[in-house]
Design a protein around this ligand. Structure first.
Ligand SMILES: [Zn+2]
Ligand SMILES: [Zn+2]
Length: 310
């Protein structure tokens, strides 16, 4: 529900806590967001994946914690009512053939929104999912799965991302070009190469086409998710990249196609909230975006986004 609290401050819908790999609890994150003048805060724990994939991950929420997570966020919403709008979300993995934001169990949850993210690709070597969101020291393993063919790795990444978009069910498309996370350090591909630029154009075209189709058919077909793209400062905050996800080039392609952007910090600690927002806003302005969107809850199954100047 639309719930004005008189604040026009920033927001973050991409927030992790001790329910997954965040460092603090929900209450501490709420207090920090309020202290920073945020209008709203959305929680997006990594949705459990073990049952669907067999993967035992230390950074996803455990299945048995899901109910407690939902209760705790909903209690925080009550506690902060009128001061800080609190939203219940999940960051949901798309793993080809295993799990997707469109899955019935995700749709059955009382979520305000979800973030669809690709952290895993299917390894051409083993046919099994493997994590590409690696720390720099482990990045060599990511490339090895693709026989050190960085073009094949990137193209597979974007094909997988496109399949998530086509699958539907995403409210927010998460860290769109996370495949570049370690590229500033290792320069394993050149983002100016034509094949890489083609990947970006194809994905931007697909998102625009998917949004148009979802807006047209909308509730009639049950496709009540018209995705927006996040500008995610998480890798900037951690010093992995000098620019947000997605890149300035991609943000410009999204601007040309009128695809709305939402600004998120991928916060894992209270001090991440609002981190590098000024730099990200500058990227958005320089890339042709005069507006971004703020989330204002869900009504009749549809996410409400308010457009605001950047
Ligand atoms: Zn993520
Ligand atoms: Zn995240």
């Amino acid at each position: 529900m639309n719930e004005h609290n008189g604040r026009e401050g920033f927001s973050c819908l991409h927030t992790h806590t001790v329910f997954c790999d965040g460092k603090t609890d929900i209450a501490a994150m709420c207090e920090a967001a309020f202290a920073r003048g945020f209008a709203s805060l959305g929680f997006s724990s990594h949705a459990p994946i073990t049952k669907k994939t067999g993967i035992t991950s230390v950074w996803h929420m455990k299945e048995e914690k899901l109910d407690e997570y939902i209760d705790t966020v909903l209690q925080a919403r009550k506690h902060w009512k009128g001061k800080l709008s609190i939203y219940l979300g999940l960051e949901v993995d798309y793993i080809e053939g295993y799990c997707s934001p469109v899955d019935a169990d995700i749709r059955a949850l009382p979520l305000d929104y979800n973030i669809g993210s690709v952290h895993y690709l299917i390894s051409p070597k083993t046919g099994e999912p493997y994590n590409i969101d690696e720390y720099p020291e482990n990045f060599g393993n990511v490339l090895t799965e693709f026989g050190n063919d960085s073009r094949a790795l990137c193209e597979t990444y974007y094909n997988t991302y496109n399949n998530m978009v086509r699958d539907g069910g995403c409210d927010i498309l998460g860290h769109l070009d996370i495949i570049k996370k370690n590229n500033e350090r290792y320069a394993f591909f050149d983002p100016q190469e034509s094949w890489y630029k083609e990947c970006l154009v194809t994905t931007a075209d697909l998102i625009a086409a998917f949004r148009a189709e979802a807006e047209k058919t909308g509730m009639a077909t049950g496709s009540d998710h018209v995705p927006v793209v996040e500008v995610n400062t998480g890798a900037m905050i951690r010093g992995y990249t000098a620019e947000p996800y997605p890149s300035v080039d991609m943000i410009a392609l999204l601007a040309e196609r009128n695809i709305p952007l939402v600004l998120n910090a991928d916060a894992h600690t209270p001090d991440h909230l609002g981190g590098k927002y000024a730099e990200a806003l500058q990227c958005m302005q320089q890339s042709g975006h005069s507006t971004m969107v703020f989330f204002e809850g869900r009504q009749n199954g549809k996410a409400l986004w308010r457009e605001t100047a950047v």
